[in-house]
Design a protein around this ligand. Sequence first.
Ligand SMILES: C[S@@+](CC[C@H](N)C(=O)[O-])C[C@H]1O[C@@H](n2cnc3c(N)ncnc32)[C@H](O)[C@@H]1O
Length: 350
Amino acid sequence: MKNILLYCRSGFETDCAAEITELAAMYGFYGYPEFKKKQGFVVFVMQEATAGEQLIQTLDWRELIFARQIIAVNELIRFESGGRVESLLEAAKKLPLAQDLWIETADTNEAKSLASLIKKLDKPLKGGWKKASLLRTKATGVRHHVFLLSGEAAYLGVSYHVCRSEFPLGIRRLKFPAKAPSRSTLKLEEAMHQFIPAKKWPLLLREGMTAVDLGAAPGGWTYQLVERGIQVIAIDNGPMQDNLMATGLVDHQKADGFKYQPQRQVDWLVCDMVEKPTMVAELMARWLAKGWTKRAIFNLKLPMKKRHEEVTNCLEIIRRSLKNAGREYEMQAKHLYHDREEITVCIICH
Ligand SMILES: C[S@@+](CC[C@H](N)C(=O)[O-])C[C@H]1O[C@@H](n2cnc3c(N)ncnc32)[C@H](O)[C@@H]1O
């Protein structure tokens, strides 16, 4: 396969395209992005017959901020209605064998109308794949994806375990906790799942830890920390939810998040203040460089057009500052499903 297809939030195609073009070039792969605005995906077109597979196996999934999923694809397959299963099956015979097959589409309102067609195609496609012996348990970590654009066209692609999301459409769906004070709570919950491996939760998110939440009201993020037995200093002029305050784990201080300083080091800093992204980046860098916290999860709000450029700039501010302070750290950033005009960043110092 010579191209790759990246799924993203509708409206973020320009950023996803800029990011993959830059990353691909960094690894010596050259091509150009093709997309229409608000279609919820980008195709990165290259020249060589196997460039798509090679690129996705070279990339580190954690490096991609704006892509929700990444698959290697060939040209778009167009089919007559009635011949869909046959057309896709013929094309699939040229792919490496896979462990399973997913049938997906873009995360847009338009594509939602394809839900019933996807349901209808599920059985015949999977049956066809099995009959043609395209699915093998031994093909560990290889997945086929049918990415349906309409009733007449689809991309057929392959993903590899080394670089992909393990969720259909690249979306981690979470249930809103009924007692949480705001829907924002899902952003921090998703960030915890995304950035902290499950096996590290008992070490990194444990009872008795301390945290500061900047821009905490009404308490959606604080709720996630309190649920894990973490004591939180919640900084905001706005009111915190009463139930949360009744837990006894929250110290609400009406202060300016940009001026507040902790009396001693805390285990976590979280920040969801709506402010200029460079100002938030500088603030987070200060906390980490001064050792006021060892770990931070925060949002960078990105209402501007050149979001990829702005993110690159913000992450560079942080890298420079932590380098000057001699800190060793791991930094990951992602445009999460529950994020809108923002991305989430996690930094853990060693
Ligand atoms: C998006 S809301 C936070 C929502 C919260 N994370 C939740 O889950 O419920 C942003 C909050 O940041 C607060 N904020 C904005 N600027 C601030 C500042 N300089 N200092 C403290 N809080 C600030 C606002 O009052 C607002 O409550």
